[in-house]
Design a protein around this ligand. Structure first.
Ligand SMILES: *[C@@H]1O[C@H](CO)[C@@H](O)[C@H](O)[C@H]1NC(C)=O
Ligand SMILES: *[C@@H]1O[C@H](CO)[C@@H](O)[C@H](O)[C@H]1NC(C)=O
Ligand SMILES: *[C@@H]1O[C@H](CO)[C@@H](O)[C@H](O)[C@H]1NC(C)=O
Ligand SMILES: *[C@@H]1O[C@H](CO)[C@@H](O)[C@H](O)[C@H]1NC(C)=O
Length: 749
C-alpha cells in the first residue's frame, strides 16, 4: 500500500523527510536520540517490557498443552489453566464464551502522554524509555532467534527430515490422525507437510520461546506493536462485536479513544449511507439514481475489496443484491485504467469512491482528479457535482485535504484510523463502502462475522489446534528450515481468483523485511514469494514446474459445495465433483510422485523413464470450507492475515510497516522533474548515471514524435477523458436510462 506520496511537491518532500527520519530511527534506534525533541515523533512509548505482556508464563510443554482461553490480558491467569482443559479445538464458541464470562476484563491502554508521564522517572535514558516497549534490554535484544536452542534444534531436525519421504510419512495412521484442525466449518489438513509429530513439538517450542501468545494478545488488545511510528495494529477491532452485544465486556482504548465505539459509529454511518443510495434517497447531481460505483485506490485500498467483490459476484445472494449496479476498481496510474473504468458508464449515475488513508497517494489522487474532470465534462464543473458524486474513505487526519478536494466531509466522508494498515483494511470503510453500495450492508456484515469467527479462534484456541498459528509455523518451517522460498496459493474456486493477488500483497509487503524489530539484520531467510492462480487453470500453467522443477509449497483451497453446481445430461459427476477430484489428486501427486519402477512397469520406453519420473516429496496443505459465501470469505481473509502476523512474530520482524516502497516513489519524483524540464525546455536530461540519462532521453525524443496530429486532439493531455465524452455525444450512444429502480433493492423491474 502506498499512501505516503503527496500531491504537492512540498508536502511530498516533507513526507519523505519525515519518512527518512523515522526510517533512520528504525535502523539505528540507539542513535535516534537526536530526534526525540521533534514533537512529531514524540509518542514512541506505551508498552513496557516489564509489563505482564513480556513476563514469561511458565507453561509446561506437553503434547496436549492447552491454551488459557480466558483472556490472557488479566494478570491472574493461573487459575484458568486448571479449569481450562479442552480436549479438542472443536470446543465450541459457546463454551468459550462461558469460560470468558468468568473473568470479565477491560483493557486500558494509556495514551502516550499519560504513559510517558507515569514512567518518566523510571528511565534515565530518554531513548531507552522511548523504545522500551519493544526493545528489551540490550543484551537480549541483540540476540537473534536463530541463536536460541529451540531454533538450533529445528535446524538439526531439518537434516533428519531431509531423509524422509512424504510417500512414507503419509502412510502413518497416528500422524494423519493428528495433522488436521477444524474450526467453524474450516478444515485444515497439513499431513502433506514435510513434518513429523516431533517437528510440530519443536515448532511449538519455538512459538513459546518467541512468546507467540503474548504477541497475539498484544496485537488484538491494541498495544503499539507497529513500533516504527508507534501505532497499534487493530484490524481485528474492525470486526469486533458492538459493545452492547458483547458477552464479555471488553474495551479497547488507544490514545484515550474508545476503539469499538468509533468502529461502530463508522459502520452505522456506512449502513445508513449505502442504504440511502440504494433506496434512491441519495441521488446524483441531476437527480438520477446512483448505480455505478468506481472505487479509486491502489494497494491495500484496492486488492482486498476486489478479492471480496469477486467472491460475491457469483454468490447467489450477491447476484440478487447487485442486480442493476456495477462496481469497477480504478487503481493503476496508467491512463488506460481510467478508460477501462469509465467506459460505457453514465457519469450522472456514477459515484466515485476515493480510497486513500493519507489522501495523498500519487496514483490515487491523479485518478481522483481525472474522474472528477470526467464528471465535470458531463455535468459542468460546479461544486455540487463533486459533492454529490464523490465519496472519500480516508484517515481522520486527512479531513482537510478531502475538503479541499471538494468532497462533502459531513455526509460523504468515511474515516479510518492510524491503526489500520492498508493491506489490513478491507474490513474498514475501505471495503465497506464499495461492497455495501454494490451488495448491501447486510452482506458486508456477514463478511465481518466470518472474520470475527476466526479472530476468536486465533485468540482463544490452543496453539496446536489453531489454524492460522499452524499455518504460520509451517510457513516458518518451510522458509527458514527447509529453504523453500516461494509458496503458491491455489484456490479451487474461480470466485477466489483475486485471492492470490491479495495474499501476494498481504504477505510480501508484511514479511519482506531484513531486520528484526530490535534493529539487527536477520541471518535466516524470511518472507516467501507468493503467487497463485485458481485451480484447475494453474494446472495447465505452472504445475509442470511444481511437479518436476523447483519445489514450491502449495496451498490448496477448496469447498464442499459450489456457489453454482451443475451436472449436465450424460455426465457421471457434477462439475463441482470434477473440479474437486483435481483438488484431492494434486496434493497426492505432489507428495507421492512416481518412481522409475512404476514408470517402467507401465511399459514406458527406457529412454523416457527419467522424463516421466516424479520424485514427489513436494509438500502442500489443504483447506476446506463449506461453501464460498461472504462469511467464509471473511474467514479466509482472517486466516491469511493472522498467518502473516504469526510468521512475523516468530521471525521478530515488524509485519506492519512498509518502508521498502519509499525509495522507488522518491526516485519517480526525481524522474518527473527531469521529464518536466525536458518537455518544457527541450533540454537534454542528465540523470544520476549515463544509463538512466540515455534511456530517458530516448523516451523523451521518441515519444514526442509518436504523438502525431492524427492520433490526438490539439491537447493530447486531456484527450483520454474527452474521448469518452465525445463518443457519447457525437455518436448518439446514449447512456442507459430506462431503469428508475424505485427502491426495489436494486432489482430491475
Ligand atoms: C434471489 O432472488 C430470487 C428472486 O427474487 C429468489 O427466489 C431467491 O431466493 C434469491 N436468492 C437469494 C440467495 O437471496
Ligand atoms: C504501521 O506504521 C506504518 C508507518 O510506520 C504505516 O505505514 C502502516 O500502515 C502501519 N501498519 C498498520 C498495520 O497499522
Ligand atoms: C509450507 O509449506 C507447505 C509444504 O511444506 C505448504 O503446503 C504450505 O503452503 C506452506 N505453508 C505456509 C504457511 O507457508
Ligand atoms: C526551464 O528553464 C527555465 C529557465 O531556463 C528554468 O527556470 C526552469 O527551472 C526550467 N524548467 C524546469 C522544469 O526545470
Amino acid at each position: 500500500m502506498q499512501m505516503n506520496s503527496s500531491k504537492s511537491k512540498e508536502s511530498k518532500r516533507a513526507t519523505l523527510a519525515l519518512g527518512f527520519v523515522l526510517g533512520a530511527i528504525s535502523m539505528f534506534p540507539q542513535q535516534a536520540q537526536c530526534f526525540v525533541s521533534n514533537p512529531q515523533i514524540q509518542p514512541l512509548t506505551t508498552l513496557h517490557r516489564n509489563s505482564h505482556l513480556y513476563s514469561s508464563k511458565a507453561s509446561s510443554r506437553k503434547k496436549g498443552r492447552r491454551r488459557n482461553a480466558s483472556t490472557k490480558h488479566s494478570s491472574s491467569n493461573e487459575e484458568s489453566n486448571s479449569h481450562f482443559d479442552i480436549e479438542h479445538a472443536a470446543m465450541s464458541r459457546q463454551q468459550l464464551k462461558i469460560r470468558n464470562s468468568e473473568s470479565g476484563n477491560s483493557i486500558h491502554i494509556p495514551s502516550p502522554h499519560q504513559d510517558a508521564h507515569q514512567h518518566h522517572s523510571h528511565h534515565q535514558n530518554p531513548m531507552s524509555k522511548l523504545l522500551s516497549h519493544i526493545i528489551p534490554p540490550q543484551d537480549q535484544s541483540k540476540k537473534l532467534i536463530s541463536s536460541s536452542t529451540e531454533w538450533k534444534k529445528l535446524v538439526k531436525h531439518a537434516e533428519y527430515i531431509e531423509g524422509t519421504h512424504l510417500r512414507d510419512l503419509l502412510q502413518d495412521q497416528e500422524r494423519s490422525d493428528e495433522m488436521f484442525a477444524q474450526h467453524d466449518g474450516v478444515y485444515l489438513d497439513y499431513s502433506r507437510q514435510r513434518v513429523t509429530l516431533e517437528t510440530m513439538d519443536l515448532l511449538f517450542d519455538l512459538a513459546e520461546k518467541q512468546k507467540l501468545e503474548e504477541k497475539i494478545d498484544a496485537m488484538v488488545s491494541g498495544k503499539k506493536i507497529n513500533w516504527t511510528e508507534d501505532r497499534a495494529v487493530l484490524h481485528t477491532a474492525l470486526r469486533a462485536e458492538r459493545k452492547k452485544e458483547q458477552t464479555v465486556k471488553k474495551e479497547i482504548i488507544v490514545d484515550g479513544d474508545d476503539v469499538l465505539d468509533e468502529v461502530w459509529d463508522v459502520l452505522d454511518q456506512i449502513k445508513y449511507f449505502t442504504e440511502a443510495v440504494r433506496s434512491g434517497e441519495i441521488r446524483g447531481f441531476t437527480g438520477k439514481r446512483l448505480r455505478n460505483i468506481i472505487s479509486v485506490g491502489i494497494g491495500g485500498s484496492y486488492l482486498g475489496p476486489e478479492f471480496l467483490h469477486e467472491c460475491l459476484k457469483t454468490e447467489p445472494e450477491g447476484i440478487n443484491k447487485s442486480l442493476g449496479y456495477t462496481l469497477r476498481f480504478l487503481s493503476n496510474v496508467d491512463p488506460v485504467d481510467v478508460e477501462r473504468a469509465c467506459a460505457d458508464l453514465d457519469p450522472e449515475e456514477t459515484l466515485v469512491v476515493v480510497v486513500s488513508k493519507t489522501f495523498t497517494t500519487a496514483e490515487t489522487m491523479l485518478n481522483a482528479r481525472t474522474t472528477r474532470q470526467w464528471l465535470w465534462d458531463f455535468m459542468g464543473d460546479g461544486k455540487e457535482v463533486v459533492r454529490k458524486h464523490m465519496v472519500a474513505v480516508s484517515s481522520i487526519s486527512s479531513k482537510e485535504r478531502v475538503e479541499d478536494f471538494g468532497i462533502d466531509t459531513e455526509k460523504y466522508f468515511f474515516r479510518f484510523w492510524d491503526w489500520v494498515g492498508g493491506r489490513y483494511s478491507v474490513c474498514s470503510a475501505v471495503g465497506g463502502i464499495p461492497i455495501s453500495l454494490l451488495y448491501g450492508f447486510d452482506l458486508f456484515e456477514k463478511f465481518l462475522l466470518g472474520a470475527r469467527s476466526i479472530d476468536k479462534h486465533f485468540t482463544e484456541a490452543p496453539l496446536r489446534q489453531n489454524i492460522p498459528v499452524l499455518m504460520g509455523l509451517l510457513g516458518v518451517w518451510n522458509m527458514s528450515f527447509l529453504g523453500y522460498n516461494s509458496r503458491t496459493t491455489l484456490p479451487y474456486a474461480e470466485a477466489l481468483l483475486k485471492l492470490p493477488a491479495h495474499i501476494q500483497q498481504l504477505d510480501m509487503e508484511s514479511n519482506g523485511k531484513k531486520a528484526t524489530i530490535h534493529g539487527v539484520p536477520v541471518d535466516y531467510p524470511v518472507g516467501e514469494v507468493d503467487f497463485g492462480e485458481p485451480g484447475t487453470n494453474g494446472q495447465h500453467s505452472f504445475f509442470q514446474l511444481l511437479h518436476m522443477g523447483q519445489t514450491v509449497p502449495c496451498e490448496f483451497i477448496g469447498f464442499l459445495k459450489s456457489q453454482h453446481d451443475l451436472c449436465i445430461d450424460g455426465e457421471p459427476l457434477s462439475s463441482h465433483d470434477e473440479l474437486m477430484a483435481n483438488f484431492f489428486a494434486q496434493p497426492d501427486a505432489l507428495a507421492n510422485g512416481k518412481t522409475p519402477e512404476e514408470v517402467l512397469a507401465e511399459g514406458v520406453d527406457e529412454d523416457l523413464v527419467l522424463h516421466r519420473t516424479f520424485e514427489g516429496n513436494r509438500p502442500s496443505l489443504s483447506l476446506l470450507a463449506p461453501k464460498l459465501t461472504a462469511y467464509s470469505c471473511g474467514q479466509l481473509l482472517a486466516i491469511y492475515e493472522h498467518r502473516t502476523a504469526v510468521q512475523g512474530f516468530i521471525w521478530d520482524i515488524n509485519s506492519f510497516d512498509q518502508w521498502g516502497v519509499e525509495l522507488g516513489k522518491k526516485l519517480a519524483c526525481d524522474v518527473k522533474d527531469h521529464l518536466l524540464d525536458a518537455r518544457k525546455n527541450g533540454s537534454k536530461i542528465k540523470a544520476g548515471n549515463p544509463a538512466t540519462s540515455r534511456i530517458l532521453n530516448y523516451y523523451v525524443e521518441n515519444s514526442n514524435q509518436a504523438i502525431g496530429e492524427d492520433l490526438w486532439d490539439s491537447n493530447p493531455l486531456t484527450s483520454v477523458t474527452r474521448k469518452t465524452h465525445h463518443e457519447h455525444h457525437e455518436r448518439e450512444i446514449l447512456p442507459p436510462v430506462g431503469h428508475d429502480l424505485k427502491g426495489a433493492d436494486g432489482k430491475l423491474q
